[in-house]
Write a protein that binds this ligand. Sequence first.
Ligand code: ASP
Length: 332
Amino acid sequence: MNAADPNEILDDEAALQLDANGNLRHLLTLKGLDRALLTDILDDAEGYLTAPGDLPARSQSLAGRTVGNLFFEPSTRTRASFDLAGKRLGADVLNLDVNTSSRKKGESILDTIYTLQAMHVDIMVVRDASDGVPAYIARHVQPHVSILNAGESDVSHPTQGLLDVLTIRQHKGAFENLTIAIVGDIRHSRVAMSATHALTTLGVGDLRLISPPVLAPDADKVPGAHIVDNLAEGIADADVVMALRIQRERIGNLDGIPGIDEYFANYGVSHDSMKLARPDAIVMHPGPMNRGIEIEGSLADGSQSVITQQVTNGVAVRMAVLDRVGKTMAAR
Ligand code: ASP
């Protein structure tokens, strides 16, 4: 294998996720997971949804297992939902406080992982600002340990991709005839990458990635998607519009990035810009939202918005993934 070829590295990463029987062992990327497996995970997640006001779904499928949350970047939704998902499946959940962890004292990530592994942490949920960290850890842990990517640099965020496609499926059914517009800082967005991986595998009709040219992705990273720099053109007749935050923490030099007013005027998802989409279009956002920059606040709170449903689905999807890797572990 030519280790310098990023596509081959990704293929290798995709292969690393499945055991010899094709069962999910790690979740590192949605790239390379086939349609049947994605659909099965979405179906499982549906089974964990209950009506508002009813008690959340629970099982004991992970009783005796320990889930460790290792978030080396900030998180609200992903971390809270992995915590709840693990507990609702009966696991012990360890939320490592990275600010007081030994990694701050110079301990390597692998030494931190080996320490947790020695304490029987069987499933490690990892978020990190560097490329390749989840796969690197997955290559080094003991055979029974699972690694779940909870956000990797600007590369991927697979459980977010799953909750996004679940939300779209709930509202729109089959993916083939859909026009989906993702608007914002596509270049630095792991959310856009994982959504693209899932949507193209699921056969989406027309996927448009809309951003100012300075925030556009490299075309070879998003095969199957259309890169568009004009919001009106990109959003026209869309069934789904997803707004994304500018990832300022990943942009070294902000020169050339439009100011807030200019950005909102040209790329803001607003009541005005939504007039160009289909009348029944849904509005999505992975959070955290910057109201008045990438999305108009009243639109985010309005009847087309499915943003809180995305959050609800996030817990269900994470339960489905945890349960699945737990079953792979039990079958060893
Ligand atoms: N919460 C998402 C992520 O971790 C989106 C964002 O931060 O803008 O990538």
